[in-house]
Design a binder for this molecule. Structure first.
Ligand code: NAG
Ligand code: NAG
Ligand code: NAG
Ligand code: NAG
Ligand code: NAG
Length: 884
């Protein structure tokens, strides 16, 4: 093969870390990540593109980083487009080096994710809740024993109530019994992905694991705190791994190793974050992540595709294939009505989401709820915070928020790995579900699940009990590999009535489908959906399982003004853990506010994840791509197991008394519901060329609702193919139109230029295996959707001119104000901060998130100025007024 290589193993090895080591200069350079076919030499590709090859991208197979001089355009996409045109017009069949590019992404600097620090003020201590004298006496004696037996000399150990609470007895992680057994995190390694780690501080230096550490902000091997504000990571590290010595306190796993990965202190690219999330993943076992999208009650953001790939990669290959354990803080935005299902990290099935309880065992006002919330553990609130190590041989007594809960959980998982290093990432989640202790049963809306556990969206399966989880781990029988079942896209296209009524749609999963999918019992479920709505915060979504358990996938959010609705957004739930999955799954979408904002429920699909029946048939999940959700129209013919006898999804209108399912059990495929109550759901108004020209088959007296679900009958298939063909014809005409338009040099007209560039971009993406949501919507929503969709729905498309256009608009110095980046202030204040700051630059159509996260390159310099006003962050952490 002409272009195959070359890449001598030695050459690759030499380059292996180069991509991490080299500093980035986004002022004069552009950086591209390319996914190559593995056959072609990256050097060859670089030459063809006029770029230099920086090296492989971390642990992601066949992904490479390239650098070139700064250019206006995405030159890779441009070259790929050229190549594609040539191929098409000249019929050029010669193999070309660029044919090896499977995916490309121009890198952008974006704001780092936000730390989930202690929101203040914490409420006053709740006197009167203290335990009986008897309990206290017993706890004090226990403390004395532990200190004596283990020789603990750490000066603040007695303040570390989260380890052993002698005041509110029982409100601690119940770890001392394990220490007395010698279970202290030996041989386990936790990486703190944060703003640095003071590896020189006495409390951490002995446990510091240098090989697993890296500074991705100021390129180099030592993730030292460099900004005055860089204290968060060190405090988190102390909770896990502070040594048993004379300094401050002890970590919950005080003999574990601790690594630092610094990503939160400067603007960062997705490429660098992806490398960080896989860093030394054969030895870093647990990644503790106390950060995420802003908890302002209006953000809805998820990791980019490279980071998603990195997380799946870690789960498949990290720890020798057992899977890296990601632990995420649920978020501090509960006071803003935020919910952790609007955060693509906490709602990933690959992360363990951890919320907080305070030292009284109460729910602190900040800790977010959601159906993806697995467990809670102790943090600030109720008049106190977490006492831990700080930067520069100091101790902190102000650490808190869900930021402090996640590392505590990570430390407890380190204890588990000491006794059972062979457990998989899913075993760890099972153990968590099985041993968490439900709390506050009179509040928190607990449901009894199918496996007899209690679940609350606020507390997950309860609070972690170190002793209980480690004892259970000792004899745990490992679960079989993962399996999954994907439903087809279920097309709804119904206007959503306002108020308490909703649109309910059921989908029946049969035993045959799950047999075919090799799926035995459920763990996670995910629902990906599209809703058009002019005020996203008005929406709520519930999912009701065959066993009548309810997941509140989405809740209304008062601050969320986005006009974009949901665009291929994926919600996750752990409520259905242990169900078989067989039966009717009903989704209910409500528009909770009666106002002028309206919306349409477009479509959804359900994915069931769980344990396989037959381990020998287990498969490896393919890496996510940008077009995973582009199959709205075509999936009907391919996904549904041919043998099934199930009923199709049945669009149903109900007054949503939650579990009500169809009252028309035998309605044929694609039929509209007979409105049970004409007013709540009106027939789909969509009527375009496609429907009018593709008349339904003769014996169908019912007209198909605009889009087919998935066809069982020949009639439906005809319809599906017919509309697909028409849409195709339309798209081709559109392309021809723009092509002609270009030849007429519409460039004089800025508007025309803009649209042309956009199309060009999409073409390129199509070639690179990309594709935009606009195209997806074209499939789902029909021709009209294809057009209107092109403005929005670009969640996965982080490059592109459109993106730049909006980023340019947000070049407002205030936007980059340090306060906007390091939000260690109360969430309530944050809300107003964003409202007047970045919020004002976001217009509509989901560009909020992009505007917020993209900065022009010159703004990056503003970042070094961080926080002279921040030295006092200990004394008034979070209580100070909004920085402006
Ligand atoms: C806490 O740990 C002790 C052992 O130290 C154990 O006896 C007790 O059952 C644990 N608590 C719970 C709730 O499991
Ligand atoms: C740590 O791991 C090594 C090698 O895997 C093993 O020999 C040793 O027993 C382990 N130590 C503990 C305390 O588990
Ligand atoms: C699912 O719902 C349909 C329609 O209501 C009903 O005919 C069917 O029996 C249900 N299936 C199960 C397993 O309950
Ligand atoms: C429709 O619903 C309204 C209130 O939601 C109710 O008053 C009316 O009786 C219902 N009509 C039918 C036909 O059920
Ligand atoms: C439509 O016709 C097909 C075959 O002609 C038949 O099998 C089917 O039952 C008919 N459907 C309806 C709804 O009458």
């Amino acid at each position: 093969m002409k272009f195959s290589t070359l890449a001598a193993p030695i050459g690759l090895a030499a380059l292996a870390t180069a991509a991490n080591v080299l500093p980035r200069d986004f002022d004069s350079n552009d950086y591209y990540v390319l996914h190559l076919d593995g056959q072609t030499s990256p050097t060859e590709v670089a030459r063809s593109l006029g770029l230099s090859h920086e090296g492989p991208l971390g642990e992601l197979q066949d992904h490479h980083l390239f650098v070139g001089r700064k250019a206006e355009h995405d030159i890779v996409k441009r070259e790929l487009t050229k190549r594609r045109r040539r191929k098409r017009s000249l019929g050029d069949e010669e193999p070309h080096v660029l044919d090896s590019v499977l995916f490309s992404e121009k890198q952008k600097l974006r704001k780092p994710w936000e730390k989930r620090m202690a929101p203040r003020p914490a409420g006053p201590s709740r006197k009167g809740l203290f335990s009986s004298d008897e309990g206290v006496d017993w706890a004090i004696k226990k403390q004395k024993d532990v200190i004596g037996t283990l020789g603990i000399k750490d000066p603040i150990f007695k303040d570390q109530w989260h380890l052993l609470n002698t005041v509110q007895t029982g409100h601690d992680v119940n770890v001392t019994g394990l220490w007395l057994e010698g279970i202290t995190g030996k041989n386990a390694t936790v990486a703190i992905v944060d703003d640095g780690l003071d590896m020189e501080t006495d409390d951490l230096k002995d446990n510091y694991y240098a090989q697993g550490s890296w500074d991705f902000n100021d390129k180099g091997p030592d993730p030292k705190p460099r900004l005055s504000d860089d204290k968060h990571g060190t405090r988190c590290a102390g909770e896990v791994s502070a040594g048993k010595n004379n300094a401050c306190g002890v970590g919950v796993a005080y003999d574990s190793k601790i690594a630092g990965l610094r990503i939160l202190s400067k603007l960062i690219s997705d490429a660098d974050e992806a490398v960080a999330m896989n860093y030394d993943f054969q030895h870093n076992q647990i990644y503790s992540c106390s950060w995420g999208p802003p908890d302002d009650g209006q953000s809805m953001d998820a990791p980019g595709i490279l980071i998603k790939r990195a997380m799946l990669n870690a789960v498949q290959k990290g720890r020798g294939g057992l899977g890296s354990i990601y632990v995420f803080a649920s978020g501090n935005g509960a006071g803003n009505g935020d919910n952790c299902n609007f955060d693509g990290y906490t709602n990933s099935i690959y992360s363990i989401t951890v919320g907080a309880v305070d030292r009284n065992g109460d729910h602190p006002y900040y800790s977010e709820s959601c159906s993806a919330n697995l467990v809670v553990t102790y943090s600030s609130g109720g008049g106190d915070s977490i006492h831990t190590t700080d930067v520069g041989n100091a101790c902190s007594d102000t650490h808190g928020g869900t930021s402090a809960a996640a590392p505590l959980a990570a430390g407890i998982y380190a204890l588990v790995l000491q006794v059972r290093p062979d457990l998989s990432w899913r075993d760890m989640q099972y153990l968590t579900v099985n041993t968490a202790v439900p709390i506050n049963l009179d509040s928190g809306e607990w449901q009894t699940t199918t496996i007899g556990k209690q679940f609350s969206h606020m507390y997950g399966y309860g609070k972690l009990d170190s002793y209980a989880i480690v004892q259970a781990a000792k004899n745990w029988k490992k679960v079989k590999p993962q399996a999954w079942y994907y439903s087809p896209w279920i097309h709804v296209n119904k206007p959503i009535p306002q108020g308490d009524a909703g649109v309910a749609v059921s989908y029946e999963v049969t035993q045959a489908m799950l047999d075919e999918a090799n799926l035995e019992r459920l763990e996670h479920i995910t629902v990906t959906m599209n809703i058009d709505h002019t005020r996203r915060g008005d929406l709520s979504v519930d999912l009701i399982s065959p066993n009548k358990l309810v997941s509140h996938l989405s809740v209304s959010r008062k601050n969320d003004e986005a006009r974009s609705g949901y665009e291929d957004w994926t919600f996750m739930s752990v409520v259905h853990w242990g169900e078989t999955g067989v039966g009717n799954w009903t989704i209910i979408v409500k528009d909770t506010q009666i106002n002028s904002h309206q919306g349409t429920f477009t479509d959804w699909h359900l994915k069931l994840w769980g344990e396989s029946k037959d381990a020998s048939k287990a498969k490896v999940l393919p890496m996510p791509t940008e077009d995973d959700d582009n199959d709205h129209a075509v999936i009907a013919t391919t996904t549904l197991p041919a043998a099934t006898t199930s009923l199709p999804p049945q669009p149903v209108a109900t007054e949503t008394k939650s579990t009500t399912v169809s009252d028309h059990p035998n309605r044929p495929v694609n039929s509209k519901p007979t409105p049970t109550n004409g007013s709540s759901v009106t027939p789909s108004p969509t009527s375009d060329e496609a429907t009018s020209e593709t008349s339904p088959p003769a014996n169908s007296t019912w007209l198909p609702s605009f889009l087919p679900t998935f066809g069982k009958s020949a009639a439906t298939m005809v319809w599906v193919y017919g509309s697909a063909a028409l849409i195709g014809v339309f798209c081709i005409s559109l392309a021809v139109y723009f092509w002609l338009a270009r030849r007429k040099r519409l460039r004089n007209n800025p508007r025309g230029d803009y649209e042309f560039e956009l199309l060009d971009e999409e073409e390129a993406e199509g070639l690179a295996g990309g594709g935009s949501s606009a195209e997806k919507r074209g499939g789902a929503g029909g021709v009209g959707g294809g057009l209107s969709g092109s403005g929005g729905g670009k969640r996965g498309t982080r490059g592109g001119e459109l993106y730049d256009a909006f980023a340019g608009g947000s070049e407002d110095e205030d936007d980059v104000d340090v306060g906007g980046v390091y939000r260690d202030r109360p969430v309530d204040e944050r809300g107003s901060g964003s409202g007047s700051g970045s919020g004002s630059t976001s217009t509509d159509n989901g560009h909020r998130q992009q505007t917020r996260r993209t900065l022009s390159d010159d703004e990056s310099s503003g970042h070094h100025v961080v926080g002279d006003d921040d030295d006092d962050s200990d004394s008034d952490d979070g209580a100070r007024p909004l920085r402006r």
